[in-house]
Design a protein around this ligand. Structure first.
Ligand code: GCU
Length: 455
């Protein structure tokens, strides 16, 4: 067993004992020769995709640490909106105004789904195989003042179409013993460890503790056990299995979509056990997992609520904004695996962000009318992820919530720190912490209680 500490940005996400060790191996296991070979695999995969989309060199992403100041990110709000006109979620491709819930669901929503699939996140292939869940271990203990059960799960993907690739989804769930129909809060995190010893904090207590105190279930799913968080893994994992070990096509799914697919399979599992109420599931994630949470919720209508924390570009922040990271960062060889190959075109001249036929407020709109909480940290701690841009997207998604009969964030004026816009089905709150979910956990749980548990 190895214990690994992962740092994403300034935040300590987790420090967890691994059994399967997939993530560690994916990054070369600390072995320089292996790391070098993985870099080469990623470079070949990236070159293959650039050739497929006809791009020789995407624009460089922002480089906060560069000696060359012209490469630094922009943080000046006065010049952060070079493309101030966003696609209207309530106008169809043929130019008709969307005036009813029926028209949204039948015409406009499917249009937006297809635009995101073809230009940003990719499509889930038709041949994606099934998953069989197994309980690998179960323990009873006391936690958060309650008797709880900790259940460890393994979702084995049917690989009979290509036995060279094995995919086993790691997840776990902790819940108060002897109860039924429990709402479940799920985190994209590291599924191998004991959730009662989680280091993922919400103030002085772990988020799992807060969830158990409220009498609900807390689950974790390990994204890297579904699909690696690296370009070198694209011919492996669930994406590689569906492609029988070959490179992706430009509209094939990336890791964000694959992680969302894995989450849907976990919800399938919760549907089979009366302990859980699968109609009351929430997903939470921070940073790249904040992006994954929003993508999952947008495409999976069974997810009742989302806590989308510090998700930045490819998450809640608009492509049309120039603040913090840029499309060049996302389509670089370090991050392109999160998205589909076609997105690279918009990060390469002559196309710009303004040519993307959708923007991220429309991803939030796909969640409507379900309970969606857009969270950011303080300006100083979270500006790379575009704090204001995330709010703007929530504001621009609000008309869709309103069309469906619910309140959105209710304003287009940035509310400032610790002043949440909390009374709608779509909420925004900037907390005083850094690049993390931490201080917003109690606010999200209150929101979930009001909009999902008590509805
Ligand atoms: C980088 C990247 C972000 C991402 C973050 C993370 O900073 O630019 O888009 O959210 O990594 O997930 O750690």
């Amino acid at each position: 067993m190895k214990t690994i500490t992962f740092f994403f940005g300034t935040m300590l996400i987790a420090c967890i004992p691994f059994t399967a060790n997939a993530q560690f191996m994916m990054f070369g296991g600390g072995n320089p020769a292996r790391q070098d070979s993985l870099r080469k695999i990623a470079a070949a995969d990236y070159a293959d995709m650039l050739a497929k989309v006809g791009v020789s060199q995407p624009r460089e992403g922002r480089q906060p640490n560069s000696q060359d100041e012209s490469k630094h990110p922009n943080y000046d709000e006065l010049i952060a909106n070079p493309y101030p006109f966003y696609p209207d979620p309530l106008v169809t491709e043929s130019g008709k105004k969307v005036t009813s819930a029926k028209m949204w669901n039948k015409v406009r929503r499917p249009e937006i789904v297809r635009l995101f699939e073809d230009n940003v996140y990719g499509r889930i292939p038709a041949n994606v195989p099934g998953v069989k869940w197994e309980v690998t271990n179960e323990e009873k203990k006391e936690f958060a003042g309650k008797q709880v059960v900790v259940r460890y799960l393994k979702g084995v993907v049917d690989n009979s179409s290509y036995p060279a690739i094995t995919v086993e989804i790691q997840a776990n769930v902790v819940y108060p013993e002897g109860k039924q129909n429990l709402p479940v809060i799920i985190e994209f995190g590291f599924g191998g460890g004991d959730p009662t010893r989680s280091f993922s904090r919400a103030g002085s207590v772990s988020w799992q503790q807060m969830v158990i105190e409220r009498g609900w279930a807390a689950a974790t799913i390990n994204p890297s056990s579904i699909q690696a968080d690296a370009g070198s893994g694209l011919t492996n994992g669930i994406i590689g299995l569906c492609n029988k070990g070959e490179h992706r096509q430009p509209t094939d799914w990336g890791s964000l979509r694959a992680w969302g697919w894995g989450l849907s399979r976990l919800i399938d599992y919760f549907e089979t056990d009366k302990t859980f109420d699968a109609t009351k599931c929430a997903i939470e994630g921070v940073s790249r997992y904040g992006k994954a949470s929003l993508v999952a919720m947008a495409f999976e209508p069974r997810i009742a609520a989302g806590f989308i924390a510090s998700s930045g570009k490819a998450g809640a922040a608009g492509w049309r904004r120039d603040c913090g990271e840029s499309i060049g960062n996302i389509v670089s060889n370090e991050e392109y695996h999160w998205v589909c190959g076609n997105l690279i075109k918009y990060g390469a001249d002559p196309l710009t962000e303004n040519d993307i036929p959708v923007d991220q407020h429309e991803l939030i709109a796909l969640c409507a009318p379900r309970a969606c909480f857009i969270s950011t940290g303080s300006w100083s701690g979270d500006k790379w992820q575009d704090v204001v841009g995330s709010f703007i997207s929530a504001s621009k998604a609000s008309p869709v919530y309103e069309l469906l009969g619910y309140k959105g964030v209710g304003t287009d004026l940035f509310p400032g720190m610790d002043n949440g816009l909390m009374d709608g089905r779509l909420t925004y709150r900037q907390h005083h912490g850094g690049h993390e979910a931490g201080p917003n956990w109690p606010f999200f749980l209150d929101f979930f209680e009001r909009e999902v548990v008590g509805r």
